[in-house]
Ligand binder design. Structure first.
Ligand SMILES: Cc1ncc(COP(=O)(O)O)c(C=O)c1O
Length: 474
């Protein structure tokens, strides 16, 4: 390997004392390495630590970071060299794959899965931002979990009994620990449930609008989501009855509380209607209680599962009230469907990683959990009020469909003639990311809608973001 002493050094740059010193050294080294030929020998850690006036440990950490990124190669006892850069392979003609793969999902339908563009004001996130996440509780829970050998052991597909018991108690009513199967997040729980209940190609009724991810799962499984419109009381009973009759569907997917994106909570009368009509149709109700911890009132509405028993398959994820990475959800069900779900989960990925299950368990049993959730609900309520004020002051022509009593979704109808996709594209150019209404409808959309989420933006960001939307001149 060629040795080159021309490694460009800069003036001494004291970085001592900075917590981020290794990150800053790494960024400087990255810049230098980019200008050097592969195979160039880098100065030793001792030389670099003298140059940067940083400890050898700090410099070593920066070097290790570059090695992880594949930019440098360390040869123990020899030195660290600039790594070979991967060569651009000539663009192969892979068009044959299109004929094999066949039709693809419309990219607009899956657009909300994409991460927001860095630097934009995030008014479209379905997850709470880092300022709200219980990071220190999570870190403590994860440390404790990881230190216990059972976190790394093989587990039953349905999950740890203690965590299943926590989910069962949380749902209440007739739920027992034995009725719970764990899944790695609500999305995986939806996929397993849809797959278990609805045969390939079959219809599944959904409230309209509904969670785009549920539509996406249904379509990916070859199912046909059939939209049933809603009003301020929730899914319309007359249309639900007609949809069961005309489609013969054996499942209805529903978010009875603070539905995402509409913000609707099912009224007492409609809850009874839903259970009665599902029973008459011989169908399951798949209840997605995604925002159970995000109620603004004293308590969230009781799960439908408590009234519906074996007719309802209940899904409750922890990500919405913690962090997107705590991918743990409970599916609660009674009867043969439970065994089917258990087998499917085992087939899919054996079991949810023990370290995540134990982290979740440590977290929900931590002394600070209750007060954290309380504070989160209060903050989301304040954010909702700030966003609503900003909307009515700045965007009076946009019609908020209803005031949600929980969750983070504000569902907004744009003035007639304004295309939601064009509006969202213009917002992105103005540095605001938000979600267009299109992906939330299973069929034709009845107008131009957008969803503003208060989960990923603080009060100031909401105000600034909405002011930028107003500047687009609706
Ligand atoms: C209504 C609803 N259900 C389920 C999910 C899935 O969430 P996760 O897989 O993070 O639990 C989401 C996420 O956006 C959601 O909004």
């Amino acid at each position: 390997m060629k040795t080159d002493n021309s490694f460009p050094a800069t003036r001494k740059s004291p970085l001592v004392g900075s917590i981020k010193a290794d990150a800053r050294i790494a960024s400087e080294l990255r810049r230098r390495v980019a200008r050097l030929a592969p195979g160039t020998l880098l100065p030793s850690v001792r030389e670099l630590s003298a140059e940067f006036v940083a400890s050898p440990v700090t410099v070593q950490r920066a070097m290790s970071q570059l090695a992880r990124e594949g930019l440098v190669l360390s040869r123990p006892g020899d030195g660290t060299y600039v790594a070979e850069r991967s060569k651009e392979s000539p663009r192969a003609d892979s068009s044959w794959q299109l004929t094999v793969l066949g039709p693809a999902t419309d990219p607009i339908a899956n657009a909300p899965f994409e991460l927001p563009v860095p630097g934009t004001l995030v008014l479209g996130s379905g997850y709470i931002d880092v300022s709200l996440q219980p990071l220190s509780l999570l870190a403590k829970a994860a440390r404790r979990a990881a230190a216990n050998p059972r976190a790394w052991d093989r587990l039953p597909p349905e999950g740890h009994p203690e965590l299943r018991l926590w989910f069962a108690r949380d749902v209440g009513g007739p739920a027992r620990a034995e009725d719970v199967v764990l899944a790695p997040g609500g999305q995986a729980a939806l996929a397993a449930t849809f797959r278990t209940i609805v045969p390939f190609g079959g219809p599944i009724l959904v409230e309209s609008p509904t969670y785009f991810g549920a539509l996406s799962v249904a379509r990916s499984l070859g199912l046909k989501p059939v939209p049933v419109p809603l009003d301020d009381e929730g899914i319309r009973a007359d249309l639900l009855e007609a949809a069961f009759a005309s489609t013969g569907a054996r499942a209805l997917y529903l978010q009875p509380a603070f539905s995402n994106p509409s913000g609707v909570t099912l009224s007492e009368t409609r809850r009874k209607d839903v259970l009665r009509l599902a029973e008459r149709a011989g169908a399951f109700v798949i209840e997605d209680d995604y925002a159970r911890d995000l109620a603004f009132g004293s308590a969230p509405p009781a799960p439908l599962f408590r009234q519906g028993g074996d007719r309802v398959v209940y899904i409750r994820s922890l990500t919405k009230s913690t962090a997107p990475g705590l991918r743990v959800a409970g599916i609660v069900a009674k009867g043969p469907v439970l065994g089917r779900l258990r087998s499917l989960r085992a087939t899919e990925d054996f079991f949810v990683a023990g370290v995540l299950q134990d982290t979740a368990l440590e977290l929900v049993n931590a002394a600070g959990w209750g007060s954290y959730v309380q504070k989160l609900r209060q903050t989301l309520r304040e954010r909702r009020d700030v966003a609503m004020r900003a909307l009515s002051n700045q965007l009076p022509r946009a019609r908020l469909q209803r005031v949600p009593d929980g969750g983070f979704s504000l569902w907004i109808e744009l003035p007639a003639g304004v295309d939601d996709l064009a509006f969202v594209a213009a917002a992105a150019r103005a540095g605001v990311s938000l979600t267009s209404g299109a992906p939330w409808f299973a069929a034709e959309r009845p107008g131009g809608f957008v969803r503003i989420s208060t989960a990923g933006a603080n009060a100031t960001d909401l105000e600034v973001g909405i002011a930028r939307l107003a500047a687009l001149r609706l």
